[in-house]
Design a protein around this ligand. Structure first.
Ligand SMILES: [Zn+2]
Length: 240
């Protein structure tokens, strides 16, 4: 009897753990599409890389734009609505520099256990702030902290937003420039979407110098490997 209970308990436990693992993967897994449709890489036949920058615009963004412009490359910026309202001129500079702008929610919340109406409101408010400020409606969305949650798919559908995760995450909120360079360069591959940051959630004057320094060094290294740089939309466009 005891051993039978053990088997049953074991079975229940395995079932629950399995569900828990699936749940965790659906919420945070970069390739998961359980709660919201998203991509995490471009085509493997393309010798190109999409640099993406989250949590801007910030006071540091113009310096990054200068680095990208000096290297003649375009990138994708996932902006938060609240930061766009704080720094509208810098948000416009991003699009003026030939870069793509995506939606990164309005206030960068963690969407765990939030109601669908809240998720909808966060995405919609960011979408209209960005569209009104820069004159272009984003087609791409990156979930804050990479967290997907029930209700997000519907919100994305309503706004016609494709979710974009990443192939390589720079961990640039904690690493120094040399470590970011090493990490991204080692993981670079055809069609890679690289996630970096030109802001830090809603913080004014965030310390993102290590990211900018790393980008300045990385671009020539990747160009020497034969990579070209594209925005996410350019990279995934089948006729491009
Ligand atoms: Zn973010």
């Amino acid at each position: 009897m005891r051993s039978m209970l053990g088997v049953i308990d074991g079975g229940v436990c395995a079932g629950l753990c399995g569900a828990g693992t699936l749940m965790a993967y659906g919420v945070r897994g970069r390739s998961a599409t359980l709660f919201a449709p998203s991509i995490y890489r471009g085509p493997a036949f393309r010798r190109s890389i999409a640099l993406t920058f989250d949590d801007g615009p910030s006071e540091a963004t113009p310096t990054l734009l200068e680095v990208l412009s000096n290297q003649g490359i375009s990138a994708t910026f996932f902006q938060c609505g609240a930061n766009v309202r704080r720094l509208p001129e810098i948000a416009r500079q991003v699009v003026g520099g030939g870069h793509e702008v995506g939606n990164h929610s309005d206030t960068h919340p963690k969407f765990y256990f939030r109601r669908p109406a809240f998720i909808q409101q966060e995405l919609t408010r960011a979408q209209s702030t960005i569209a009104d400020t820069i004159g272009v409606s984003p087609r791409l969305y990156r979930a804050p902290f990479g967290i997907r949650w029930p209700g997000m798919a519907a919100a994305q559908r309503k706004l016609d937003l494709l979710g974009v995760m990443w192939t390589v995450i720079g961990r640039d909120w904690k690493l120094d420039a040399a470590a970011i360079v090493h990490r991204v360069f080692r993981r670079a591959r055809n069609g890679a979407i690289v996630c970096l940051h030109d802001g830090r959630e809603l913080q004014p004057r965030p310390a993102v110098e290590p990211t900018i320094d790393a980008v300045r060094r990385l671009i020539p290294m990747l160009k020497a490997e034969g990579y070209r740089f594209e925005t996410v939309s350019q990279m995934i466009c089948p006729t491009n």
